[in-house]
Design a protein around this ligand. Structure first.
Ligand code: FES
Length: 104
């Protein structure tokens, strides 16, 4: 079983047994953690914004054009920002750690 680690906005770490093939956003939402994901994963809202921890960023698929455009409109974007609906969770991502970005 692969695990996704999510740090919430209070700094609390949650270990979630993750379903491979789902997006990171879907896994976070299914775990009842507070992620708005207003567009449902269509890469049209940026409310699934997360910060990717450590060297995980370089192990993720590259940011696509749509994701890059949406991140341009997001708040408090950092070098390690990603839209979690655009990250498909695979066995290779076992232990991936993300922090929920602030809500606006
Ligand atoms: Fe809307 Fe990810 S859920 S961009």
């Amino acid at each position: 079983m692969a695990e996704l680690i999510v740090i919430d906005r209070e700094g609390v770490e949650h270990s979630i047994t993750a379903t491979t093939g789902w997006s990171v956003m879907e896994i976070v939402r299914e775990a009842d953690l507070p992620i708005e994901a207003a567009c449902g994963g269509c890469c049209a809202c940026a409310t699934c914004h997360v910060y990717v921890s450590g060297d995980w960023l370089s192990r993720l698929p590259e940011v696509g054009k749509d994701e890059s455009n949406m991140l341009d409109e997001a708040f408090q974007v950092q070098d390690n920002s990603r839209l979690s609906c655009q990250i498909k969770f695979t066995e290779e991502l076992d232990g991936l750690t993300v922090t929920l970005a602030p809500e606006f």
